[in-house]
Design a protein around this ligand. Structure first.
Ligand code: ZN
Ligand code: ZN
Length: 638
């Protein structure tokens, strides 16, 4: 029998601001699903969707239980249009006033991400059951604003409502997201009182909350006391270590988790790739990538973006591009990661090409995309392009520049030698310049030997952060390069008086999952004698090939010959000699440095790359340098 039902109800009737008119379209009366069919119904198939539509007319007159599987289907399929039709249906049938039905409707709106409508529904309900409160808290924790989740949780507590093992993980997730440690600790004490600390989901959420609030010791304490752990608890602790810079610890935990038989999930992979990127141990990163491919997580776009970042930061730009190209879906983070990677590896053209592709694909850039693009221009000295992007950001995408965007432009102008323009640009900033703006100007002054502006920038930086040793060091470097040793001594004395210490230059190289780190004039490595012998041979070969040490880069007031010796033992050269000794002759050498590589080492490595016929990649604080056949990819512009 053909039954035609049409109902048009204004959602306003129950308080919805939208005047959306829901219509249950003409449908055939089919098999009526019962609760036993729920399992079948919730599968996201087209047939089930048809069944859902077919079931609607009968619901009006018969079984209110039928709504549940239908709403559940809408949740699983994120079918919000059908969900709204069902909502309209419940109003016609009058079942909307049953707590059982309204709970499901709140759940449907919250899970489909329409949190405002969930809240409207929630506010109209009376009486509300504890489960509805929990649903609403979960909705806010998943969709934001997270503060609302905390407020509702406080109201639940005031009303002495029964809390359960669903409420705690949700509200903890909300406090983790906004780093609300105080609130998180209060929730912890509530968990202890109610006895839910033994619950695996609650315990894992606690670990995650402490980890994200960067109280990693407390996260460990909770983790150690858990009677059993799952992938969420392990991932939470690994993230905590990573966020606190305890990268080695994070890697050890990851290994332990695997030994314990835990199957890492997308979140674990994404975190551990970032850890590998931080410590730049490529071999280990590759092994984990294999595991990720086997587990099927490499196709997730947010895992992919971490993987792109890992390969790029480890110096393998080609691998990063391969991962990026193979991603079935690319999110904004993946595009941003790939653009910035190209920029840092001196592939400005490729980076800007990617940005055009990105725009053509219809994606909308965010403020971070523009930071990436501006930094690409700055690395390549593309002044006009950079200024064009800076203008386009506000004009075409309505993104107001943040102080970081201004830093990029100052860096771009300054590096390319337009120091006065950079200074003017700072004066015209609509907000107070942040430290990185002055840092960019100071760096440019060191590069171009501008003492006057350099002094101004260093003073501004010291005002903002009196304990910033980096600014003083840069200023003393400017004086040293100009041979003004009295001024150097003054700056050094001031640093001593204030107890400021220069950051030690450190270079490291990863070999077979082990990191070897070196400082200047290192004498701690077990193979140090062989390394110095290798350096000596290299130096002789370089000098024969025409290399002359550039002593401007020795920033001490010492005799010329002594300066040469000091230059010879900079940490990047020691790491390079060790790398050359310890790897097969056809492999690429990848060295990381925590400071900017000095001009003399840069020149020396160019010579060495030609002598040994190997590609040498050095990452410093600014960018990647790919040395090959006596030239560097940065074209000496860094
Ligand atoms: Zn050097
Ligand atoms: Zn270079």
């Amino acid at each position: 029998m053909l039954v035609t039902v049409r109902c048009r109800i204004k959602f306003k009737a129950i308080g919805f601001s939208t005047s959306a008119v829901a219509s249950v379209s003409e449908v055939f009366l089919g098999e009526i699903p019962t609760l036993e069919d729920e399992e079948k119904l919730v599968k996201n198939t087209e047939a089930n969707k048809q069944q859902c539509v077919n079931a609607l007319p009968k619901c009006i007159v018969a079984d209110y239980n039928s709504y549940r599987p239908l709403l559940q289907w809408c949740v699983n399929s994120r079918a919000i249009a059908e969900g709204k039709q069902l909502h309209a249906h419940t109003i016609v049938s009058g079942f909307v006033y049953l707590p059982f039905i309204s709970n499901n409707l709140v759940n449907m709106y919250a899970k489909c991400g329409i949190i405002e409508d969930a809240r409207k529904m929630f506010d109209k309900m009376f009486p509300r059951q504890p489960i509805t409160w929990t649903t609403m808290v979960t909705g806010y924790a998943q969709n934001g604003p997270e503060e609302e989740a905390l407020k509702l949780f406080a109201r639940m507590q005031r009303a002495a409502m029964k809390l359960n093992n669903y409420t705690f993980p949700s509200v903890l997730k909300a406090s983790a997201a906004i780093r609300a440690l105080q609130e998180g600790m209060q929730i912890h004490s509530c968990i202890l009182k109610t006895g839910y600390y033994l619950d695996i989901f609650t315990g894992s959420a606690l670990v995650d909350m402490y980890a994200k609030c960067r109280v990693v010791d407390d996260a460990k304490k909770v983790f150690d006391e858990m009677p059993e752990r799952n992938v969420v608890s392990w991932s939470g602790l690994i993230t905590g270590c990573a966020l606190n810079g305890q990268n080695e610890e994070a890697l050890i935990l990851f290994r332990q988790a695997l030994v314990d038989g835990v199957k890492p999930n997308d979140y674990t992979f994404s975190t551990i790739y970032s850890v590998c990127a931080n410590v730049t141990i490529l071999d280990y990163g590759r092994q984990i990538h294999c595991l990720g491919v086997k587990s099927g997580y490499d196709v997730y776009s947010f895992v992919g973006s971490s993987l792109v970042g890992m390969y790029a930061k480890c110096g393998c730009i080609e691998d990063a591009r391969q991962v990026f190209d193979k991603l079935p879906k690319r999110n904004l983070a993946a595009w941003n990661a790939m653009i910035i990677a190209c920029g840092q590896h001196g592939k400005a053209e490729e980076a800007l090409g990617l940005f055009s592709q990105f725009e053509i694909s219809g994606m909308i850039p965010n403020d971070i995309t523009f930071l990436c693009v501006l930094s690409v221009c700055s690395h390549a000295g593309l002044v006009d392009e950079g200024q064009r992007f800076f203008d386009s950001m506000t004009r075409d995408y309505c993104i107001s520049p943040r102080p970081e965007h201004y830093s990029c432009i100052v860096d771009l102008l300054g590096r390319s030698g337009h120091l006065q323009e950079a200074d003017e640009f700072i004066k015209q900033m609509p907000m107070e310049p942040i430290a990185s703006v002055w840092g960019a100007l100071l760096g440019a002054c060191r590069m171009h030997g501008n003492m006057e502006l350099g002094k101004l920038a260093a003073e501004k930086l010291s005002e903002m952060d009196p304990y910033n040793a980096g600014a003083r060091v840069l200023l003393s470097n400017i004086y040293a390069a100009a041979g003004r040793w009295d001024d150097v001594a003054k700056v050094r004395k001031m640093m001593r008086d204030r107890g400021l210490k220069k950051e030690t230059g450190l270079s490291w190289i990863g070999l077979k999952s082990k990191v070897h780190a070196f400082v200047s004039d290192d004498d701690t490595h077990p193979q140090i004698e062989e390394i110095y012998a290798k350096l000596k041979t290299l130096n002789d070969q370089m000098e024969a090939a025409g290399y002359v040490p550039d002593t401007r880069f020795v920033l001490h007031d010492v005799e010329e010959e002594q300066k040469e010796v000091l230059l010879g033992f900079h940490s990047e050269k020691i790491a390079l000699a060790f790398g050359l000794m310890s790897t097969p002759i056809d492999t690429t050498i990848r060295i990381m440095k925590n400071l900017r590589v000095c001009g003399d080492c840069h020149n020396a490595i160019k010579f060495i790359s030609k002598l040994v016929k190997r590609e040498i990649i050095v990452r410093d604080t600014h960018r990647f340098h790919h040395f090959k056949d006596g030239v560097c990819s940065c074209r000496d512009y860094w």
